[in-house]
Design a protein around this ligand. Structure first.
Ligand SMILES: C[S@@+](CC[C@H](N)C(=O)[O-])C[C@H]1O[C@@H](n2cnc3c(N)ncnc32)[C@H](O)[C@@H]1O
Length: 307
């Protein structure tokens, strides 16, 4: 187990919910922050309307770590390895997904996360942490500065906010995220999808909604791909059409060949001209008198009389 400031090393403040004591030395700046938060929540004597907790494995850079920031703000309680949590445990080790039916558990017992590195999950003793209500999160996209745009891998504050949002407590989600400059962007980015999940009930319905969403975005991606290809066609010409053209020109040359093959030759190799080729006299060669009668050439008369 990693050594350091992780709250798995000391019992610290696990019973401090509602008290103003923190686990980090209680600087006046932090106490000031807490005062601000209490005023902000309008819930006297509490840092946040529902309990939040984390198992902190000290894997992350404290300056970038959202869990540590929540702790500095006095919003989250640290839990020890071996300690279980009664509320919803949002964890990569979860079985079902967070769903609106979890709302009562969240409101009564709160929500918790595992503050660790995604790259070091195998170092986390999942069998010694957690609780009765361990949950995965359904498909959502991170908005934090480290993993922006990445699906599923949310940081701790996003994971807690997602849990609150899915169970229909958008007020808690936005209050929590407003402590981070980028925070409300998470709700914006996932607005439509969160609304879909909020309309569900149990784990299965959230899983079904997630599956439908994933199919939809896959179809849309495919459509965009097709549109991009069609765009190329306007720029470059239809490749299939070019293929047809090639075929057509082959056909054309075939036609020419056919025409050529329709020419017959006599025994001396002279081309035999078909009579039908000579049927129509050239219009320009027809002359008319003043009354509109065709002037017949004497030579023509000879020719016609000879047939
Ligand atoms: C792996 S830690 C990374 C924390 C990050 N260093 C930070 O600054 O917050 C994120 C935690 O959020 C929760 N979490 C995030 N995305 C999740 C998901 N898709 N399913 C379940 N839990 C998730 C888990 O508790 C997970 O351990």
């Amino acid at each position: 187990m990693a050594k350091g400031k992780g709250k798995n090393k000391s019992r610290g403040d696990e019973t401090s919910r509602g008290s103003h004591k923190g686990s980090n030395g209680h600087s006046s700046r932090l106490n000031h922050k807490r005062m601000e938060l209490r005023q902000h929540d309008g819930v006297k004597g509490t840092k946040f309307p529902v309990k939040m907790a984390m198992w902190d494995f000290d894997h992350c850079d404290p300056k970038r770590c959202s869990g540590k920031k929540l702790e500095r703000l006095g919003l989250i309680t640290s839990l020890k390895v071996g300690q279980k949590f009664q509320g919803i445990v949002v964890s990569p080790n979860g079985q079902g997904v967070v769903c609106p039916d979890d709302r009562a558990i969240v409101e009564e017992f709160g929500a918790s996360v595992v503050e660790c590195s995604w790259a070091r999950l195998d170092e986390v003793p999942f069998n010694r942490i957690g609780g009765k209500h361990e949950r995965l999160l359904p498909y959502l996209v991170a908005a934090n500065q480290v993993n922006y745009g990445r699906p599923w891998r949310l940081n701790c504050v996003e994971a807690l906010a997602a849990c609150f949002a899915i169970v229909g407590r958008m007020d808690l989600a936005s209050d929590l995220l407003s402590n981070f400059s980028w925070g409300l962007g998470f709700l914006e980015l996932n607005k439509e999808l969160l609304e879909v999940y909020q309309k569900c009930t149990d784990h299965e319905s959230v899983k079904k909604a997630e599956e439908d969403w994933l199919n939809k975005i896959e179809e849309e991606a495919q459509q965009r791909k097709n549109e991009a290809r069609d765009g190329d066609i306007w720029m470059m010409g239809n490749v299939n059409r070019n293929m047809n053209k090639m075929t057509l020109s082959d056909e054309e040359s075939d036609e020419e060949e056919t025409e050529a093959s329709s020419i017959r030759y006599d025994n001396l190799g002279n081309a035999i001209i078909d009579e039908s080729d000579e049927e129509e006299p050239e219009i320009s060669s027809i002359r008319y008198d003043n009354l509109g009668n065709v002037i017949v050439d004497e030579s023509d008369e000879e020719a016609s009389s000879s047939t």
